[in-house]
Design a protein around this ligand. Sequence first.
Ligand code: DLL
Length: 433
Amino acid sequence: MYWDNKFESMPIEELQKFQLNKLQETVAWVYDRVPFYKKKLNEMGLTPDAIQCLEDIAKLPVTVKNDLRDNYPFGLCAVSMKEVVRVHASSGTTGKPVTGPYTREDLEQWTECMARNLWAAGLRPDDVAQNAYGHGLFTGGMGFHQGIDRIGCAVVPTSAGLTERQITLMQDFKSNALLCTPSYALTIAERAEDMGIDVKNLPLRVGVFGAEPWTHAMRKEIETRMGIKAMEAFGLTELGGPGVSFDCENQDGLHINEDHFLAEIVDPETLEQVPLGEKGELLITSIQRRAMPMIRYRTKDITRLTREPCACGRTLIRMDKVFGRTDDMLIISGVNVFPSQIESFLLDFDEVEPQYVLVVRKKGYLDHLTVRVEAKPEIYAAGPDKEAEIEAKIAKHIKGMLGINIRIRLVEPKLIARSEGKAKRIIDKRPKG
Ligand code: DLL
């Protein structure tokens, strides 16, 4: 029924026993092998036997991206390079990249996590899966490749880019699954329309999208535009890439591969755990990885967890669709605003395309936000008065919903750069430092 019946539907008490065992093993593993962790635990007066139950995880120190940067490239590695068989990395926008080394066993487990993800999305051996995630250092390409291969579908490793060729191959090879970022899926849909091809008439049935925040509204937009089911993948380089969590056919939150990843939600200010069901920052501890396990890694992603039973029958805890990243949060007139909120408001309007960027400036002490969004061709053709009317309409809607004034600027169709990977949604014009 599931890819891995044993772990995906394991009774919770049994799962928690398994988790405790793996957590204890992992803490001992890093304590013995990574000076960084040993020092941190010693400073807090802890040794691995401090972990007697799952709740004891809260005693452990958190790990942040800067810890990885300070120990670049392999200072947090718990094995020798002899045991490392692959290294991925994420470029990030500032500083050194973050590295993700894998042992042979880590790769095997990653493959299994990805197979769970793709199986839950409905991929089966007779499918043709076009993998348009970037191939290379980015974990998306290889991670999905391994999962598709494990299920036994025909994989078409197009990587990202060359959009017209993607569409031609989709037609010629009769691809029925597309794997890429949600923003690239939109780019593909749009280019196909320009080429006079209706994606809805192609064999494409399902997409597995991730690597960037996207709203439910964006999911709907992609589903109707492409005539497919848009499923999801979540993960990060530091935790081995995609395969941390995935949605099932109910599309009602992402099941975390809990036998591999322990999830906590904390208040990003105090780092205290919040009650189950409340929103906060996601911390993840990888409990089966061996090359570079992460202890209470601060993902900066905002979500919440639920143990409510899922209609699919999986017992794996669910996280909400990621709401945004703590570092993308804007404070406009004292109100916390996430790009995802703006996205879902914009998608309420038929007069604009789902192509937008947020431009943030500083005015005095306050952040000031302008949203540039593409007008639909007929609105743009109707002229400036029509545009001004729509701008005012959207601004009024946002004011009604968030209570803040945001400047909306309709721009010419096709003006905003199209994404082939992670879309750049924020242009930050605030002075640095
Ligand atoms: O983006 C891994 C990945 C590849 C996930 C392909 C899914 C599909 P990084 O480049 O290290 O790794 O970026 C990790 O991307 O902390 C989130 O902020 C964001 N992210 C990843 N998946 C999702 C998602 C890959 N489904 C960062 N929804 C994470 C929202 C996501 N944000």
